[in-house]
Design a protein around this ligand. Structure first.
Ligand SMILES: [Zn+2]
Length: 314
């Protein structure tokens, strides 16, 4: 497979690249789907996103350009469908995709009904994709509400990982919640080092006992944090285009994933919010290769990281 992967890169052949097995371990489901699939369904064209000043700016753009098109449970399910369709089309064999606990509102607050729907959509649109369902917690949701809903989500024994996102400084308030998820055997992840510092990444990994970090690119600013992440085998699930469009990184050419890789950190390449950023895992490999950031061998090693990970954690 390595030879085929490198050949696809060298010949800039997207069709061949799509046939190579890949993982997507950082995907926000309802905004992680194929843009054209949603455009066709909604009968509109979604504009190309600008460079955002930050998350608020992106969310505002999303509300104005995409959210308006999506209505009710059927709309929500179409978004999830678009994410499975996208993964299948792109040769994603391992899809670790997250679902906000608030999304249960589309199922009259029945987590059971939500899980049944996810199973049905997975089986209908991408049964061959190994799907690792993930619980997503926002730091802006009151802790009491999280605790109440989380018990219902964990009680399903369906979700295999958990992720938190929002304010990177809110990490300590999630300590108990993450211990509970750990007892249940979930893979622990959090969004840190996207906007915050290298030190915050280390603190989050220690406090929450994380297995993986979503983004974590700020680690590249600290030799000691990189060393620590490497020694503790913490994987960073990086999303290059997301970092560029959210103005965290200037270009693919100077993306810190190179430095993280050179410092022995296990990294993977992922999509984050494909409905907005519109770059698949395959395209991200081309983005980094064509910018001269990695050679084919290195990118293949990174590709295999996404596939190995699941074997280790199952
Ligand atoms: Zn993310």
């Amino acid at each position: 497979m390595k030879e085929k992967f490198i050949k696809a890169l060298e010949s800039n052949n997207l069709g061949e690249m799509r046939k190579i097995p890949k993982g997507d371990l950082h995907n926000h489901s309802s905004i992680g789907g194929n843009k054209r699939y949603i455009e066709e369904w909604a009968g509109v064209s979604i504009p190309k996103p600008p460079n955002f000043k930050g998350l608020d700016d992106m969310q505002q753009w999303y509300r104005q350009n995409i959210k308006l098109l999506i209505k009710g449970t059927l709309g929500y399910e179409k978004l999830i469908e678009a994410a499975f369709v996208q993964a299948k089309m792109d040769g994603v064999k391992v899809l670790n995709m997250s679902f906000g606990i608030g999304e249960v509102v589309w199922y009259d607050n029945s987590v059971d009904n939500m899980v049944q729907a996810l199973k049905r959509i997975h089986q209908s649109f991408a049964p061959e994709v190994l799907f690792i369902p993930e619980i997503a917690l926002s730091s802006f949701t009151p802790i009491d509400e999280i605790n109440k809903k989380l018990n219902q989500f964990l009680g399903q024994n369906y979700f295999k990982s958990i992720d938190m996102y929002g304010d990177e400084f809110a990490v300590p308030t999630f300590k108990k919640i993450f211990r509970k998820a750990k007892e249940k055997g979930l893979i622990l992840k959090a969004h840190v080092g996207e906007f915050g510092t290298a030190e915050l990444i280390r603190e989050a990994v220690e406090e929450l006992e994380l297995d993986q970090v979503q983004h974590g690119i700020a680690a590249a600013n600290s030799q000691s944090v990189m060393r620590w992440l490497c020694d503790n085998k913490i994987q960073l699930n990086v999303c290059p285009t997301s970092n560029i469009l959210l103005s965290r990184v200037e270009s693919y050419k100077v993306h810190p994933i190179r430095k993280l890789y050179d410092n022995g950190i296990k990294v993977t390449i992922n999509t984050d919010d494909m409905l907005i950023f519109d770059q698949s895992v395959s395209q991200e490999f081309f983005n980094l290769y064509n910018a001269g950031l990695f050679n084919g061998n290195e990118l293949n090693e990174i590709r295999e990281n996404s596939l190995n990970l699941i074997r280790e954690n199952r």
